[in-house]
Design a protein around this ligand. Structure first.
Ligand code: NAP
Length: 278
């Protein structure tokens, strides 16, 4: 019989300090909820909108786990704001970040002929450059957590299945977005090798379509949630629990030997060949 060391704590995040960018709504708020429910004792969320952050903090505190939940609004599109964010994060976290979820992102859909440099720049800047800068500047805090806990720190980047396969072209083409998501998946693999020896594990999630503010218009013009869900082998779109389960696994002891991985969370949609009609 194999001996499993303390199964009851395998998925626990008890005592961890976590940071979630874009934690005010959507997938970031799902991730933040999971981290709190799995036992994190301190959580800092960020987005540009201070009121939206305050509302999210309120809803996370209402989970009544006793965790300290704080917000630190910042516009992560700007390198100087990323710097300010990390500077102010340092005393808030006592120099210790066990878990960083680099989730904040933006999309842009427009036809190829008018798809501007500004549109391309906006998504590459937030979805790739700021993720790199954030992870780089947070590394001392992640190392601070490793030193104090003796356990691996975790970074999860948020890619997309749009970074694994060709997504929208035509009128609502997401040329820059798809390129940015492919880039962040590749970046994650590089950083897994760079930071693994320093005790920091990096993995990416690649969600399929989840209802959120970002995807509301896409879902509405493409036939609605039920009909779009049928394009996936498991017959539905993503749910909050799908993000929670994956994030908690990757951040817990259960995920301690997973590094440099890309985890698609799409019910298998990305493996369906174009000639197969479900
Ligand atoms: N929903 C999906 O189907 C899906 C699928 C694959 C991947 N993803 C990825 O998952 C992540 C979250 O997407 P979502 O659907 O939850 O989108 P969302 O509802 O639009 O949420 C995006 C979050 O990021 C924040 N944010 C946006 N720009 C920011 C900036 N410049 N600085 C700081 N925070 C910023 C937003 O708050 P503010 O606007 O207040 O700043 C919000 O909290 C993104 O990286 C997205 O590409 C989503």
């Amino acid at each position: 019989m194999s001996r499993i060391h303390d199964y009851s704590s395998l998925f626990s995040l008890a005592g961890k300090t976590a940071v979630v960018t874009g934690g005010s709504r959507g997938l970031g708020l799902h991730a933040a909820t999971g981290l709190i429910l799995a036992g994190c004792t301190k959580l800092v969320i960020t987005s540009r909108n201070a009121d939206a952050c305050a509302d999210a903090v309120k809803s996370l505190r209402s989970l009544s786990t006793g965790a300290i939940v704080l917000s630190l609004p910042a516009n992560l599109s700007s390198p100087s704001e990323v710097e300010r964010f990390v500077k102010e994060l340092t005393p808030m976290t006592d120099g210790r970040v066990d878990i960083l979820i680099a989730n904040a992102g933006a999309t842009w859909g427009e036809s190829f002929d008018t798809h501007s440099d500004a549109a391309f720049d906006k998504v590459m800047n937030l979805n790739v450059r700021s993720v790199f800068n954030l992870i780089r500047l947070c590394t001392p805090l992640l190392e601070g957590a490793v030193k104090r806990s003796g356990e691996k720190a975790r970074v999860i980047t948020v890619g997309s299945i749009a970074g694994l396969q060709v997504g929208a072209i035509g009128e609502h083409g997401t040329y820059g977005y798809a390129a940015s998501k492919a880039a962040v998946l590749h970046l994650t693999k590089h950083l897994a090798i760079e930071l693994g020896p320093r005790g920091i594990l990096l993995n990416a999630i690649a969600p399929g379509l989840f209802p959120s503010k970002m995807t509301g218009a896409i879902i509405a013009r493409s036939g609605g949630e039920e009909s779009l869900g049928k394009e996936s082998p498991n017959g539905r779109l993503g749910k909050p629990e799908d993000i929670v389960g994956s994030v908690v696994f990757l951040c817990s002891r259960a995920g301690e030997h997973v590094n440099g991985a890309v985890l698609p969370i799409d019910g298998g949609k990305h493996v369906v060949p174009s000639w197969v009609k479900l």
